[in-house]
Write a protein that binds this ligand. Structure first.
Ligand code: URA
Length: 240
């Protein structure tokens, strides 16, 4: 790969900016100062440094975001702000996209990556990756709902959902619950509650498989996954 492309991809600025770095002799390849930013490097075996700092090649990016309300889980939208608009340039140039969707008003855990194989594994319907949501629900949620969800409920389009595990945190005129589901149908959680005559008024995703929303991430912020989190979600049979 061309050196300027490689460094641009690693977040060292545009090709033009890389040229300036070359001029100021800031870049070395295998301990030799670079004269031409168009030179070719092997991104795995060549040792590239910028101002003496080694540049480690990275193809994929994995971000955990606490999605705020009012933002769309998409890469572009003609009207609304998207989750990609919330990213800084140093990660945006990897072209990440959200893994699955949260509704515009839903908040919480959203994984963004450019790793297609991982996305496929996480979203594959037969992988049964559990997703846990916290919700506030208008109406008294009780044991009858827990039982109904444990058998799956029939949505407005006649679809019989897979079982969901409902935990009632607080039952009242506005109940608080946690629901674990393995599917990701359009408006899944909201429609499951509609099926039992109740309305979700607040929805937050807490986890996806073993990936748990970091409590220190405020809404609208994100961070890269830790090595440990990455290992956990990459273990092919260990998502559930
Ligand atoms: N279920 C919903 O109804 N909405 C979401 O955003 C996610 C799950």
């Amino acid at each position: 790969m061309r050196l300027d492309k490689f460094l641009a991809h690693m977040g060292y600025g545009t090709r033009k900016e890389v040229k300036i770095l070359v001029k100021s002799k800031a870049i070395q390849v295998n301990e030799v100062a670079v004269k031409d930013s168009s030179m070719h490097v092997n991104e795995i075996t060549d040792k590239v440094t910028v101002y003496g700092e080694p540049v480690k090649y990275k193809e994929f990016i994995y971000l955990m975001m606490n999605k705020p309300p009012g933002v769309i889980s998409a890469t572009e939208d003609s009207r609304d702000q998207t989750v990609i608009d919330l990213l800084d340039d140093d990660v945006r140039h990897f072209d990440p996209y959200p893994v699955g969707r949260l509704d515009k008003d839903t908040v919480g855990l959203l994984l963004l990556t450019n790793d297609g194989a991982l996305t496929h594994r996480l979203l594959s319907p037969n992988k049964d990756v559990p997703k846990v949501y916290y919700a506030k629900v208008e109406g008294v949620v009780d044991e009858s709902d827990t039982i109904a969800f444990s058998h799956g409920v029939i949505l407005d389009d006649g679809y019989h959902t897979k079982p969901g595990i409902l935990k009632i945190l607080n039952s009242g005129p506005v109940s608080e619950i946690e629901l674990s589901v393995t599917e990701g149908k359009f408006h899944q959680v909201k429609r499951m509650f509609e099926a039992v005559g109740k309305k979700v008024v607040y929805l937050k995703r807490l986890s996806m498989g073993k990936l748990v929303l970091d409590k220190n991430l405020s809404e609208g912020t994100y961070r890269e996954l830790t090595e440990e989190e990455l290992e956990q979600i990459q273990q092919k049979n260990d998502l559930a």
